[in-house]
Design a protein around this ligand. Structure first.
Ligand SMILES: Cc1ncc(COP(=O)(O)O)c(C=O)c1O
Length: 399
């Protein structure tokens, strides 16, 4: 699907929330809007097939199971993985906790990049492992030479890295990082939360041991996340939660766990949410991820160009739009990002202000907080203009 320069790739009318008068939603990196097809898929489950999955022998139970497992298969294929190695979790955070708890502990060393979201940072700290910080260059790009140096000790257990930063937008060369980690005997754990909604992602080609992402940023519902793993890595990972469904046999003497991925999915699954996420990846596949990327890169490049015109505005992250995802974080000299977001927000333009759950990165950038505008398939250059008009108003107020 080709984008006409300046127009949206998908009409805002496909997203019911965007029908609200005067809304300019530039916060897709926090959570995306929900397409009608996703709402319809969840509604269909609740109205016509509501039953628990995997257990019942009656018609609606097998229909629900088919919808749920069908969604898993399509989600896996969309990301270049297989159903058998695709685990449903509550969100990316839960997926990353599952991995961190399973692979690291006191006495281990784990490399974490300075650009990680707290989701791919705090769980590693909580394991008691020693954290080695992989630093960034002046444009917020990972320094691969420094990563090599950290790996050179040969005793690093895991490397935790975001595919796309939620603050500086950097697209990391995750296949290369996974290769270097493996060569050094370390596992690689990629947080793809920001990547899956906007880039063609092929988990198989990336070759990381674990790849986690979250449904609600990828046009799916809240409450569903995904963990893909290499078969051997998942096989070696202990489950984090015990309970129903995740077992093969329970006896007084102990429990034998079910096969992967079931052993990681204790309790009743987020059935409607998985079905909704299945519809979300169908929505993205229908657009084509190359087209999604091309559209969002165009809007991002335009935003970078326009924001560079604003006096006293610092932009963080790579200067080249080809090296960054569809977001721009910035700081306006002398004006708190919360004031910026509030004044712009009062004009209907929704942007995020704060530390973006990346306080180590804020420290590295020398900022307390930034304002972030992020773009999506429904974003347009005209919406970037609305952001710039809002910034002009902010500067008037604080002049
Ligand atoms: C890069 C990144 N990783 C992880 C997360 C966490 O996602 P969730 O809260 O859905 O687990 C986010 C969400 O803000 C993110 O931007």
């Amino acid at each position: 699907m080709a984008t006409v320069a300046g127009s949206a790739l998908v009409s805002p009318s496909e997203f019911p929330t965007l029908e609200r008068e005067g809304l300019v939603y530039l916060d897709a990196a926090a959570t995306s809007q929900t397409p009608r097809a996703v709402l319809a898929a969840m509604d269909d489950y609740y109205r016509h097939h509501r039953a628990s999955v995997h257990r019942g022998v009656y018609a609606i139970a097998s229909e629900a199971t088919d919808l749920f497992e069908g969604a898993r298969a399509r989600i896996a294929a969309f990301a270049g993985s297989q159903a058998a190695t695709t685990v449903f979790t509550r969100n990316a955070t839960e997926a990353l906790n599952l991995v961190a708890r399973g692979v690291a502990g006191p006495g281990d060393k784990v490399v974490v990049t300075e650009m990680e979201h707290h989701s791919n940072l705090v769980p590693w700290q909580m394991t008691g492992a020693e954290i080695l910080w992989a630093p960034l260059d002046e444009q917020g790009r990972l320094r691969l030479d420094a990563l090599d140096e950290l790996l050179s000790s040969g005793d690093v257990k895991a490397v935790a890295v975001a595919h796309v930063s939620n603050v500086v937008g950097t697209i990391n060369p995750v296949a290369e990082i996974a290769r270097r980690a493996r060569a050094a005997g370390a596992l690689s754990v990629v947080d793809g939360s920001q990547a899956v909604p906007q880039l063609p992602v092929d988990v198989g080609a990336i070759g990381a041991d674990f790849y986690a992402w979250t449904g609600h940023k990828a046009y799916g519902p809240t409450g569903i996340g995904v963990l893909h793993g290499r078969p051997e890595a998942l096989e070696a990972l202990p489950p984090l939660f015990g309970g129903g469904h995740m077992i093969a046999r329970v006896a007084k003497g102990g429990t034998r766990f079910a096969e992967v991925p079931t052993r990681f999915e204790a309790g009743t699954s987020a059935i409607a949410e998985a079905i909704g996420l299945g519809a979300a990846v169908d929505f993205l596949s229908g657009l084509g991820m190359e087209a999604v990327r091309a559209h969002e890169q165009d809007v991002t490049a335009y935003a970078l160009e326009r924001l560079r015109e604003v006096e006293g505005l610092r932009i963080h992250g790579p200067a080249d739009p080809a090296q960054r995802g569809a977001l721009v974080s910035f700081a306006l000299e002398g004006i708190h990002p919360h004031d910026v977001a509030e004044i712009i927000g009062s004009r209907g333009v929704c942007v995020r202000a704060g530390h973006h759950c990346a306080q180590v990165l804020m420290d590295a950038l020398g900022e307390q907080a930034t304002t972030r505008a992020s773009f999506s398939v429904h974003s347009t250059r005209a919406e970037v203009d609305a952001l710039l008009d809002g910034l002009a108003r902010v500067q008037e107020v604080f002049a």
